[in-house]
Design a binder for this molecule. Sequence first.
Ligand code: ARG
Length: 230
Amino acid sequence: IPAFSQSPPNPFKVATEATFPPFEFQNNKTGQIEGFDVDLIKAIGEKAGLTIELVNLPFDGIIPALQSGSVQAAISGMTITPERARAIDFSRPYFKAGLAIAVQENNDTIKSFEDLKDKRIAVQIGTTGAAEAKKVPGAKITTFDNAVLALQELVNGNVDAVVNDGPVTLYAIKDAGLKGVKIVGQLLTEEYYGIALAKNSPYVQLINDGLAKLIESGQYDVIYRKWFAA
Ligand code: ARG
């Protein structure tokens, strides 16, 4: 008999910041949270026999919620960084992303991080984009609760650029009809998303096993194609 076996709580609470399409966003008809991350975590839940309950939190509230135990995990397009990995645990990477710069369509001067010197930049609070923007000399950073608001500020001409995850900015322009802005260049960083858990969480293995099964069975690809169709 194992001395102590921790069976996961059911429902299994998973935090997300649901304004990050196509990874997580609220369907404005049903109010339900949908997206790539949502399909992925629900499929992992099915493999593990867990009912997933999503908890919508501000992005900078996710790590504290993991630490306090009010949620068991988080899936929120969250980049695995060494700094975060000191505070929390991550699953194996499940998505390759990176930062991109967005500017107004008629802007031909900003093409790289160097060109952002002394410029006005909008970012989402607590993100890798915010951290990267803060390194730009002389830049005036405006922080928003979500990436959609940051992009809107660019459309309105109140900032010169937005630093945000490339796949999310691209989706806003190509699929959500955001007008008047474009992405410059390539992905400027290489980042990997991971499912976040409390430090030394007993559920890391459970999540990793579920992810592995989804990848092996081809279900990961089905979910990927649903949200990132060519
Ligand atoms: N990948 C970036 C980061 O980890 C941005 C994530 C923002 N996610 C969200 N659901 N708002 O900092």
